[in-house]
Design a binder for this molecule. Sequence first.
Ligand code: BT5
Length: 326
Amino acid sequence: MKAEILKLLRECEDYISGERLSKEFGVSRTAIWKYIHQLKEEGYQIESVTRKGYRLIENADRITASEILSRNHAGWVGKEIEYYEVTDSTNQRIREFAEDGRANGLLAVTEEQTGGKGRRGRTWISPKGSGIWMSLLLRPELEPDQASMVTVVAAVALAKTMTKLTELDVKIKWPNDIVVNKKKVSGILTEMSADMDQIYYIIVGIGINVNTMQFPDEIKNIATSIAIEKGECISRAEFIAEFCAQFERYYEQFLEKGNLSFIQGEYESYLINIGREVKIIKNRKEMIRKAIGINELGELIVEDEDGKQEVVFSGEVSVRGIYDYV
Ligand code: BT5
């Protein structure tokens, strides 16, 4: 209800009377007043004027649960949202929620991470206020070796969302990076809890540089943001809501089919490495191969100079461009 009230206030530039809100939602004017009060406590500037009603004054780029829910579709991904001003890692928050039995589709988002994680112990830089740092809880009935396919599903959903909302030329660097203009704009970290033959839960962690304008020295040559590339800021809440809808659609198809054949072509249309030589780094050994595409398990198909093909798994290798990051 709070999210619905926020949605109405945002859509209406003029005042909305307490009476109209109470009729619209079928609750008392006192109840409306309480919700407005809660929104104010979340930091929204809402003006209340006698005999006129309420008006949302400033429309900042927030990602609170109410802000996202007021834009969300009616599905199950992101139906429940836990918001933090600051936390160490949203993947860590989701892990705890999962252990507490929280539902499939729960989303954790934060303004800032103090211990953002990349793969294999790497750091994900997550400054305050300008990015999307979020994690999703999934409880699929899949075999443990199918979990890495969820990263591919998330990558396509992310690329699709970004293309739709920004019109940038969005690319995927296999398996988990989203790249614009040869620089990394987003990364995915998929973790899971499983035993030999079943998955208990999967955590899909996503970091997106949205309105970030400057990066620290260690990543400034490889990182970029949507705002830098597009030349304007975009709404983070709208991005999250659109991603939830896109991810849900692709993920349900994936569960139905059990593999990635339905999405292979789309993934490859975003794949920046396709047809190019890449450096495969496996156990510190480097090999040069040509990237051909992905198979229905999400593994990268590469070819050596004699035309002999083999597949590489995301767990075992790093892929780099020959001269550059991509
Ligand atoms: C990733 O790892 O790209 C996965 C990133 C996942 C981050 C999300 S944020 C929400 C959730 N909570 C977490 O704690 N994590 C997830 P990897 O492929 O290993 O790439 C890591 C490398 O990317 C680093 O070693 C840096 O070189 C670079 N990097 C770090 N921060 C970056 C940033 N903000 N933008 C672009 N590149 C970055």
